[in-house]
Unconditional design. Structure first.
Length: 329
């Protein structure tokens, strides 16, 4: 009986060990997904799975393991959020994230791939001065807004939300500056996603007050009339200007930030507004409207010239209708 009992005891012990190991494996955490699949320092990565409270640490393999203690994370049975708090790579790339469980006997570690982009860098901001509606391009190396650039988020200029004009890439962001009624010096650019915010650069953009028309001289005219438009902040850097008088485009030159010189090129008689429309990179930029400030007159008509031939310094009289063109000389 003793000889027969020893093998039975050994088998029973192995059975208990196997049962214990099986139960332990059943208690092991299961990591199903990580989102976003790419990011950078300060990105909040979210992990979904089961039994995640048994995890001990998260290790990012970047040549030298960067262990992230779970004390600095938010997690429960099905949810884990962790943040990488220091730069990991000079150029970025796909890295392995290992989730280590705190179990005995040990569980199999779970590894997922993560595309890390470090560090953030800015090459240029064009233009570096603008106003509400200005089209701005930023070049450099940027973090994904929501993991893979397939969805857009927000870019802030200080606390002002800029409109994303194209889907951002890792090297280019094109936006339209949001509304600001006042000037702002040394504004910051910050990328904001559902998961994190990234300060791209500090003190690199200056908001000017919006363009404003204060005077138009003359306020009426014909084809060929020269018009001076005066105002504030009429020069928008790196933008092209088109001017419309009562709906008709005029030929204009910006003389300085306060003066635009235009020549009426066409138009049927009537009343209308003055519109300044700035564009850049095929996008509409700022626009300024002064309602009902322009009267398009009928063209002048010459009826007689007396005499019809004259010598040098001889006076010639030109007669007709509407010859002043709306001006005074």
């Amino acid at each position: 009986r003793t000889k027969m009992a020893k093998p039975l005891v050994a088998v029973f012990c192995w059975f208990l060990l196997l049962l214990s190991w099986s139960r332990a494996q059943q208690m092991c955490p299961v990591v199903n997904s990580i989102y976003p699949p790419s990011g950078t320092t300060r990105t909040a990565f979210r992990v979904n799975g089961t039994r995640l409270t048994f995890l001990r640490e998260v290790v990012v393999d970047v040549g030298v393991n960067h262990s992230i203690p779970l004390a600095n994370t938010t997690h429960n049975e099905t949810f884990l959020e962790f943040v990488i708090n220091r730069p990991l790579l000079a150029q970025g790339g796909v890295q392995t994230v290992v989730f280590v469980a705190n179990m005995s006997p040990p569980c199999d570690n779970t590894a997922l791939q993560l595309d890390l982009r470090d560090p953030i860098s800015l090459n240029s901001v064009n233009p570096s001065t603008g106003q509400s509606g200005s089209v701005i391009q930023l070049t450099g190396r940027f973090p994904p807004l929501q993991g893979d650039f397939s969805t857009t988020s927000a870019l802030l200029i200080n606390d002002i939300v800029a409109e994303l004009l194209t889907v951002p890439t890792q090297n280019l962001i094109t936006v339209r500056a949001g509304p600001s009624a006042t000037a702002i010096s040394n504004a910051n650019f910050t990328l904001v996603s559902n998961y994190s915010s990234f300060l791209i650069t500090e003190r690199t953009f200056t908001y000017t007050a919006p363009a404003n028309i204060t005077m138009v001289t003359p306020s009426q005219g014909q084809i060929g009339t020269r018009v001076l438009i005066r105002g504030e902040n009429l020069m928008v850097p790196r933008h092209q200007l088109r001017v419309y008088l009562a709906g008709n485009e005029a030929s204009c030159d910006i003389l300085n930030v306060t003066t635009i010189s235009c020549t009426v090129m066409s138009g049927a008689p009537g009343n209308g507004s003055i519109l300044l429309n700035y564009t850049s990179l095929n996008f509409n930029g700022p626009s300024v409207v002064r309602e009902n400030r322009w009267i398009q007159l009928e063209d002048g008509v010459i009826n007689r010239v007396i005499p019809n031939a004259a010598a040098t310094n001889e006076t010639v009289l030109v007669c007709g209708d509407r010859l002043l063109g709306g001006g005074s000389d």
